[in-house]
Ligand binder design. Sequence first.
Ligand code: FNR
Length: 379
Amino acid sequence: QNEIYLQGLADNKPPFTTNPDELEASARERLGPGPFWYVAGSAGTGATARANREAFDRWRIVPRMLTDATTRHLGTSLLGTELPAPVLLAPIGVQSILHPEGELATARAAAELGVPFILSTASSHTIEDVAEAAGDAARWFQLYWPNDPDVCASILDRARQAGFTVLVVTLDTWTLAWRPHDLDQSYLPFLRGVGTAIPFSDPAFRAGLAAPPEEDLPMAILRWVQLFTGTDRGWDQLAFLREHWDGPIVLKGIQHPDDARKAVDAGVSGIVVSNHGGRQVDGAVASLDVLPEIAEAVGEQVEVLFDSGVRSGADVVKALALGAKAVLLGRPFAYGLAHGGEVGVRHVLRGLLADFDLTLGLSGHRSPAELNREVLRRR
Ligand code: FNR
């Protein structure tokens, strides 16, 4: 904040807006409708995407005075990773439809700030290339669970070899939801081949093809679709992942306290309370609305992370006060990427961290650990 004001004295404005709604609006102008709606779109009528925001709006922070919050410590330790703040970048696939450097740019921006970037299985760059871009930063890998065990084991092995330590398994997208914007654009980004870098470069995936993807793209894409969509599983099958991943496992897409308890029984280390930013079940409950009961049920046993609808520092305060240990930021950083690659992601992320720091301090708190339900009132 100080930096922005000081630069302002020299008549230098920030390169892009710091307002999340305006950032989305200007991303719409910059990107064509296909890439824009890939990010902005959600399932069905968009009811759940809207509900995610409305849920934040129902909670208000009650600031406390004279608490000596001048010096603050935002850092949190999470599954063996020291975070500078309780914020991570959510896995977002196919980032090169927003900027040619895609995940490489995001990984660099996140690494510079020490914020973990969760790499999606649907990345447009390979695991190995993103690992290199991430340098010394924490590396978390998100799995879309392929239904061929050899491909699954091979992808996990590559992630491990490339220095990824935490595995985030997304449960809510075993098949793509009804997404009118995607259907209207009649595209799947994958059809352009940009969301397939990880499987296409995978030896086990390639072994299942009659011809390499470079020679027969339609067949390779068909195999991709068969592998990654259409197969729901049972809780018992998590054992397979446990066998092939010796680090912490986090289950993403939990929305019911009973499922959270099952996750604990399955021996995972964490969960992400998430409805995928409203992109899967239209009409599903707002992610924030189920956070308190889930945190209450399992918060002592596993790390409870949260996403879906986080746009501001106040939102981070609210999610933490309602029981999250950390939050994942989704669409806003994708809009940052669309604006200026690495510079754009850094701009969005630094803005969110500064906003969180100021909101935390001005509401009378010195660290995330001081946040609890007492901090909020429901409207
Ligand atoms: C996603 N999300 C997602 N999740 C995941 O586990 N793997 C993925 O590849 C993707 N891809 C993806 C693409 C785009 C364009 C969006 C917007 C989202 C979901 C993401 O990780 C996160 O759950 C939501 O984005 C959180 O909601 P907000 O912050 O966007 O409201």
